[in-house]
Design a protein around this ligand. Structure first.
Ligand code: NAD
Length: 385
């Protein structure tokens, strides 16, 4: 197959779906890798490196799309500066792998249906042990958790560690992490490495031990006893009573909190509000909130996605696409996840797809002019497409 790798066109996106050292893996498996010129430049890989690895360069973006059997990207296809939608440039009946945000992207799904594109969405890789090596949600969340702490440290008018000096002693900063999933656990580890006192909460009791093993305090909250975890290890949506009790417990700690990092998400739903405006007022001036759920609506009521705002003396960062701020390692991890997925999808010698296989079935959104994924089919996107 001819694998086409376009340059990402989303503002601020630095990642690329294939890095040079992955190219030989595709070639060895009998494929060709064709790059758009400068596709890897923003993550530190110039065209010469790709050519040295065995990739070829397309003469134009249109030629790349027209001649590829499969397009692999990071961001969902969108309108290109050349006036054509990227999804319209993908060859009819061919394939796509990348993020799609399909439940919020009717335009993309309907173009894929109309043009009989077989598409695989990175958001829908099943969270099963066997698929961990393909799971970009996890690899990218790790980077987001790390970077969120550095951003908070940068904005906080205090230092993180305990210092005992001739100029007096400085108490460590207090960092409160809400949501101890992949991003939250990395945020805990990073804040601990910087010397902060760290506490965390997650409704999934299973993570309590992981939080403690990283040297953080797991905050006990007087919240209703609800069934909190799905079979896949995700949190279930909580009741209003739970969220009100949680907000109270969080707010009660805010007088002694310097930094709050929120990572709470419910798969496929708007993020729960954990910090109301009234609660923001309880934080000391100069405190910092980094909201990693900003793109899903935010865990703080005052968050503005993609913006840093100061409200009631508190800096609130609506963090979006933090992995792109560490493009070298983000591309390295993304490209490895993609190669593992590719190998899993095309296991058969004739490169035919096995729709009975878990990962193929789970991640496939459209195929042969139909929506295959039940969640997307039953969403407003499925009804409109
Ligand atoms: P996520 O990004 O969907 O959510 C982040 C965290 O927010 C979760 O830990 C969730 O419990 C928490 N949360 C939800 N509501 C909250 C609330 N009201 N208050 C505080 N926290 C709240 O989840 P994620 O980090 O991608 O993954 C969660 C878990 O899924 C992992 O810890 C793991 O157990 C499982 N997982 C399994 C695999 C696999 O086996 N392949 C891969 C990834 C994740």
């Amino acid at each position: 197959m001819k694998i086409g790798i376009p340059k990402e066109i989303t503002v601020g996106e630095t990642r690329v779906a294939v890095i040079p050292n992955m190219v030989p893996l595709y070639i060895k498996a009998g494929h060709e890798v064709v790059m758009e010129k400068n596709a890897g430049l923003a993550s530190g890989y110039d065209d010469a490196l790709y050519e040295k690895s065995g990739a070829t360069l397309a003469i134009s973006v249109e030629a790349l799309y027209e001649n590829s059997d499969i397009i692999i990207k990071v961001q969902p296809p969108k309108m290109h500066a050349n006036g054509k939608h990227e999804a319209e440039m993908i060859k009819e009946g061919s394939m796509f792998i990348g993020y799609m945000a399909p439940v919020n992207n009717e335009e993309l799904v309907s173009i894929f249906v109309k043009r009989k594109i077989t598409s695989f969405s990175m958001e829908f890789i099943p969270r099963i042990t066997r698929a961990q090596s393909m799971d970009t949600l996890s690899s990218m969340a790790t980077l987001s958790g790390y970077k969120a702490v550095l951003i908070a440290a940068n904005y906080l008018p205090k230092i993180f560690p305990l210092l005992m000096t001739a100029a007096g002693s400085i108490r460590p900063a207090s960092v409160f992490i809400l949501g101890a999933g992949v991003a939250g656990l990395q945020a805990i580890a990073t804040a601990r490495r910087l010397g902060a006192n760290v506490e965390a909460f997650d409704p999934r009791k299973a993570v309590e031990e992981q939080v403690r093993s990283l040297g953080a305090n797991f905050v006990e909250m007087a919240v209703p006893d609800e069934d909190m975890e799905t079979k896949g290890g995700y949190a279930k949506a909580q009741s209003d009573a739970f969220l009100i009790a949680e907000q109270k417990a969080i707010g009660d700690r805010f007088h002694k909190t310097d930094v709050v990092i929120t990572t709470a998400q419910i798969f496929g739903k708007t993020a729960p509000i954990l910090i109301t405006e009234e609660m923001v007022k309880k934080l000391n001036p100069g405190s910092v909130i980094v909201d990693l759920a900003a793109e899903q609506g935010g865990n703080c009521a005052l968050t503005e996605a993609g913006k840093t705002v100061v409200k009631h003396g508190v800096t609130i960062i609506g963090a979006t696409n933090l992995p792109a701020t560490v493009g070298v390692h983000a591309s390295q991890m993304y490209a490895k996840n993609i190669n593992n997925l590719f190998k899993n999808l095309f296991q058969a010698e004739d490169a035919s797809l096995d729709f009975e296989e878990d990962v193929t079935a789970g991640a496939c959104i459209t195929h042969d002019g139909e929506i295959k994924n039940e969640l997307v089919k039953n969403s407003s996107v499925g009804k409109g497409a």
